[in-house]
Write a protein that binds this ligand. Sequence first.
Ligand SMILES: C[S@@+](CC[C@H](N)C(=O)[O-])C[C@H]1O[C@@H](n2cnc3c(N)ncnc32)[C@H](O)[C@@H]1O
Length: 313
Amino acid sequence: MIEIPDEIQARIEELIAKKEPSALQKAYLRLQERYRGERSFRLETEEEHLSYLLARFPGTFAAASKVIVRLSEMDPSFQPQTLLDLGSGPGTALLAASNYFPIKQATLVEQNSIFIKLGSSLLQNIPHEYLKTSFSELKITNSYDMILASYSLSETDEAIANSLITQALDHCTYLVLIEPGTPYGFSRLLSYRTHAIQQGAFCLAPCPHEKKCPMGTGWCHFSERLPRTHFQKMVKHASLGYEDEKYSYVILSKKVIPHSMARIVQTPKKHSGHVQLVLCTTSGNLESKTVSKRHKDLYKLARDAEWGDLTAE
Ligand SMILES: C[S@@+](CC[C@H](N)C(=O)[O-])C[C@H]1O[C@@H](n2cnc3c(N)ncnc32)[C@H](O)[C@@H]1O
């Protein structure tokens, strides 16, 4: 399970210390209500922003962290030092990235003043600058090792998102896009992928090809388990000690990426004596594969395999 580092958790506790828990709870319920109607977390009051930190940030942090792990698996020599985060909110993706990479300078694009204030206090030990602007006004002119947009581009028009993707691809080694793992989040991500490939981009992950996505009526998404906090239990009226953050992602680059392995795109079904896998393959197809005990080494690997891992075709 990916957990928020203690130091960041302690800063969040400090930020909420003076607020009434019931006010934060009400603020989160208001947010959820708005989200249902508009598909975007439009935040207004400070309580609403703090409730985002308590209820949503753990999940978006876990998703960003796992996507960074996937990037590192694909390109272990990649050690980015500079980063641009589009729609950074409180700095979630930078906090995740700096756990894995030696980030020396980060630029965070954000239009929301309260998030900038909260982020500045969470990011005290990480070199960064906030650029207070909206996506429609942004022109990417500097180059960065990595550009990320986590749970943010789907909150803007598709044309604006596509323009940012075009610019970003020319100004970084890897462009990382993450959206909620819902049919809508995936549909937005799929259109970014199509647009990027039309611009000459290649997919590092999860897709092992640049062909048409074979998902059909399904939606490609992954899941990361994280410990559920007291606040999350309270606002969601839940008793389980964990929750599963569902996310969709794509990592793109203008550098040529060779593909040789398939991606496991559903939870492997582990039976006694065989494992059933659903794979997205380098030929651009979805394929079911059964690995039985007879396959010895392959079977051992399949028993340990998880949804989202790479595997031999
Ligand atoms: C759901 S939050 C995600 C925050 C953060 N990336 C995360 O993963 O937790 C979406 C963020 O995108 C920002 N955003 C949405 N539309 C934007 C726009 N048009 N220009 C700049 N920022 C925008 C919002 O202000 C918000 O901070």
